[in-house]
Design a protein around this ligand. Structure first.
Ligand code: ACM
Ligand code: ZN
Length: 566
C-alpha cells in the first residue's frame, strides 16, 4: 500500500473520531447536498419570524404556516425580541435551491424562489420531532441543531405517477400523498386519469365519459376471468381537480395530467362507441392488460373529441407538460379498418425501418396532438412507444420499458423522464416472500434496487442535460384501498426521492437506511401505512393474503406484461 491511502485513511479516522464527539448529522431524506453540523442548538419554539423584501407571496404564506405550526405543537407563543428565523431573498441561488444557517442566536434561510423557501422549511421540519407534522401540542425538544446547509436538486423533475383509474382514490387521499411528496421535495405528480378500466375526469362537453366511462361491472381479483362482479367507479369533478391543483401548487408540486391515447381508451369507447373502429358495443374493462380496441384515428370526429377533451384538461391543469400516454396501442383494429387504412393511404404511410405503416399512423396521431397542445402553449410528454418510428422535435419521452427507450431518446436529442419498470415500478412486490404479501402485480423490486438506480447508467456521456428527472410509478391494478396504496408507496418513494435529489455518486444505502428510521416515525405521525420489511415484518397484518404459492404466482399472465385481451 502506498503512503497516500494510509494518510487519507488516518485523516478520515480522525475526522470520524472528531465527528463522534459532536452533534450527529440530522437524518434528512433526501439528504442535503452539503451539510456541516456545529455544536449547539437553536430554540425554535417562540422564535419570531423576519420576512425579507421581495419574497414570493406563496412563500410568505408557507413561512407563516410553519411558524404557526411550531407555535401550535410547542405550545409556545412567539416572543418579540427572541432570536429569530430570518428569510432572505437571494437571487444568486438556483431554482429550488436554498441555504440554511442555524446558529444559537438565529436562523437564516435564503432562496430565490417559492420551492427553495418551501424546501428549507421541509428540512427544518425533518430536524424537529415528528410531532411537528401533528395538529396537537406535543412534548418534545423544539430545537434545531446548529447546521449550515447548502442544498439544491440534481434533477428538475422528481415525480410520482398515481393511477386513480384501476382503482379510484378520493381527493383526501390524493392530498395526503401530495403532502408526503412535498416532505420528500418531490415536485411532479403525474396523474393517470383515463384508462380502459375507468375515466376519472369530468369533461363538460362529453358527460357520458363519467356517466358511463367511470363505472365498471366488476374488478379482476386474481387471474383473468375471476372478477368480483361488484359495480365500481368514481370520478373527480372539475372543481375537485382544480382544488387538488391548487393544493399541490401550495406545496411546490405541479400536476401533470395524463390522457392516455390512442390506446387504453375502452372507457371512452364504452361512452362513445362511434369513436372506435368497429363501433362496439364496448364495456368498461373489468380486467387488466392491453385491449385491442383503441380509438379509430381514421375518423375526424376522434380528433375533435380529443381536442375538446384536451382543451378542458388544459383549462384545469396549468402544467407546462400534458402527458398524452401513447403506450401499449395494438394496431390490429387499424389494420382492418377501412377508415384507418384510408388515412394511411392519404398520408402515404409505408412499412419502413422495421415498423409497419400502422406504427406511423400512431406517429401521425402523436404529431397532430402535439401540434394542438403546442398551439396552446404547452408541451407533450408520452411513454417510450411514441419514439418508435418518427417523433417530432420538442416531445419528451418517458422511459418505462426498462432504460433503453430513454437512452435511445437521449441519443436522438430528446428530453426524457426516466421511470424504468426495472427500478421505478413500485406496484411490484417489495419482498421475495410473495406468498406473505398482499396480492400484487409483477416482479420483485426491493428498496435497495430503487435506491440504487443511477439515471445516467447506459446514457451517452453528455446526456445528463437531457434527463429532466426520474419518476416512480404507482399503478393500482391490485391496490383496492388506501392501505394498499400506501403500503406499496412506502418506503420506496423515500428511496426514489434521493435518486432525484442528491448529487451523482453520493448515494449511500446504509446512511439512507439509517435515516429511514426517522422518516418511518414521520410516516406514523401522518397516519401512513408502510411496508415494514425493513423493520423485520413482512406482509400487512390484518390484510387478506391469497392462499397461493409463490410458484403459482409466477405462472400468472400479467407477470409477463404486456398481454392482450382477445
Ligand atoms: C405502462 O406501464 N404501460 C406505461
Ligand atoms: Zn379505424
Amino acid at each position: 500500500m502506498s503512503k497516500k491511502p494510509l494518510l487519507l485513511a488516518a485523516i478520515a479516522a480522525l475526522a470520524t473520531l472528531s465527528c463522534k464527539t459532536e452533534v450527529p448529522v440530522p437524518e434528512i431524506i433526501p439528504q442535503p447536498e452539503e451539510i456541516t453540523v456545529n455544536e449547539g442548538v437553536f430554540k425554535i419554539a417562540g422564535a419570531p419570524v423576519v420576512i425579507g423584501e421581495g419574497i414570493p407571496e406563496a412563500a410568505v404564506k408557507a413561512i407563516n404556516d410553519f411558524s404557526a405550526q411550531v407555535e401550535l405543537v410547542s405550545g409556545k407563543k412567539t416572543k418579540e425580541g427572541a432570536p429569530a428565523v430570518s428569510y432572505v431573498l437571494n437571487d444568486n441561488l438556483g431554482a429550488e435551491a436554498y441555504a440554511l444557517n442555524v446558529k444559537k442566536d438565529g436562523v437564516t434561510v435564503e432562496a430565490s424562489d417559492f420551492n427553495g423557501f418551501f424546501y428549507a422549511i421541509q428540512t427544518m421540519k425533518q430536524m424537529l420531532p415528528p410531532a411537528i407534522y401533528g395538529s396537537v401540542p406535543a412534548k418534545g425538544k423544539w430545537v434545531l441543531p446548529c447546521v449550515s446547509i447548502m442544498d439544491s436538486p440534481r434533477f428538475a423533475y422528481r415525480g410520482l405517477l398515481l393511477d386513480c383509474c384501476r382503482h379510484f382514490f378520493p381527493v383526501e387521499e390524493v392530498k395526503k400523498v401530495i403532502n408526503l411528496m412535498s416532505i420528500h421535495k418531490m415536485n411532479r405528480l403525474h396523474w393517470h386519469l383515463t384508462e380502459d378500466q375507468g375515466w376519472r375526469i369530468e369533461i363538460k362537453k362529453y358527460p357520458r365519459l363519467t356517466e358511463v366511462g367511470a363505472w365498471r361491472n366488476g374488478t379482476q381479483i386474481f387471474r383473468r376471468g375471476e372478477t368480483d362482479g361488484v359495480r365500481y367507479g368514481g370520478f373527480y369533478t372539475q372543481d375537485e381537480l382544480r382544488e387538488v391543483v391548487a393544493y399541490a401548487a401550495e406545496r411546490g408540486i405541479t400536476i401533470i395530467p395524463e390522457v392516455d391515447l390512442p390506446g387504453h381508451m375502452i372507457a371512452a369507447l364504452a361512452s362513445y362507441p362511434e369513436l372506435g373502429c368497429t363501433g362496439g358495443p364496448y364495456e368498461v374493462m373489468q380486467y387488466w392488460g392491453v385491449h385491442k380496441d383503441v380509438l379509430c384515428v381514421g375518423k375526424e370526429e376522434t380528433f375533435t373529441f380529443l381536442e375538446d377533451v384536451l382543451s378542458e384538461v388544459m383549462d384545469i391543469f396549468p402544467s407546462e407538460y400534458i402527458n398524452i400516454g401513447g403506450d401499449e396501442c395494438p394496431k390490429v383494429r387499424w389494420e382492418s379498418c377501412p377508415l384507418c387504412q384510408k388515412r394511411i393511404k392519404q398520408l402515404g404511410l409505408k412499412d419502413k425501418d422495421g415498423f409497419k405503416k400502422e406504427h406511423y399512423l400512431q406517429n401521425y396521431v402523436t404529431a397532430r396532438i402535439q401540434k394542438f397542445i403546442n398551439d396552446h402553449g404547452r408541451k407533450i410528454i408520452g411513454w417510450d412507444e411514441i419514439l418508435e418510428g418518427d417523433l417530432a422535435e420538442g416531445a419528451t419521452v418517458m422511459s418505462w420499458r426498462g432504460t433503453k427507450g430513454g437512452i435511445k431518446a437521449v441519443g436522438k436529442g430528446f428530453d426524457v423522464v426516466m421511470s424504468p419498470n426495472t427500478y421505478c415500478y413500485i406496484d411490484y412486490y417489495q419482498t421475495k416472500e410473495r406468498d406473505k404479501e398482499p396480492y400484487r402485480i409483477g416482479k420483485y423490486l426491493p428498496l435497495e434496487k430503487v435506491y440504487g438506480y443511477e439515471p445516467m447508467e447506459g446514457m451517452p456521456e453528455d446526456g445528463e442535460d437531457h434527463i429532466l428527472g426520474v419518476q416512480c410509478n404507482l399503478w393500482a391494478e391490485f391496490l383496492k384501498t388506501e392501505v394498499d396504496l400506501e403500503y406499496q408507496l412506502l418506503p420506496r418513494m423515500s428511496a426514489l426521492s434521493e435518486v432525484g435529489w442528491i448529487p451523482k455518486g453520493t448515494k449511500d444505502f446504509d446512511r439512507f437506511r439509517a435515516s429511514l428510521d426517522h422518516m418511518k416515525d414521520i410516516y406514523e405521525q401522518l397516519g401512513f401505512t408502510y411496508c415494514k420489511a425493513q423493520w423485520g415484518l413482512v406482509g400487512l397484518p390484518g390484510h387478506e393474503i391469497p392462499a397461493r404459492s409463490a410458484e403459482e404466482l409466477d405462472t400468472l399472465d400479467y407477470n409477463k406484461v404486456p398481454f392482450m385481451e382477445q
